[in-house]
Design a protein. Structure first.
Length: 103
């Protein structure tokens, strides 16, 4: 029987970017258990939809979350993505250490 989780890969990437704004795609890939190519596609999706912005800092990229956008699914449009991220442990303006993801 295949494993499943309550949270999609897009939500996992967004959650980790919120908690670790300078994390790399390679680190995300290892933490989530998906390919780096898939992570980069998800980051592009999140960026294109306005959920994140990227800023180059040295050799790395720093990600910022737009917490005021609503969730994408019709059943949850009234929920701001920042509220969802807070339910997953994100603290606005606070940095957290790298953690393995188990959802």
């Amino acid at each position: 029987m295949a494993e499943w989780t309550f949270v999609t890969n897009h939500a996992l990437v967004l959650s980790l970017l919120a908690r670790q704004p300078r994390i790399t795609a390679r680190e995300l890939s290892a933490d989530i258990g998906i390919t780096e190519r898939t992570v980069r596609k998800i980051i592009a999706d999140l960026d294109a939809a306005g959920y994140i912005t990227k800023k180059k800092q040295g050799r790395r990229i720093r990600y910022r979350i737009n917490p005021d956008l609503s969730m994408r699914h019709d059943a949850h449009r009234e929920i701001a993505v920042g509220d969802f991220l807070q339910a997953l442990g994100w603290k606005r303006g606070h940095r957290r250490s790298r953690q393995k993801v188990a959802v």
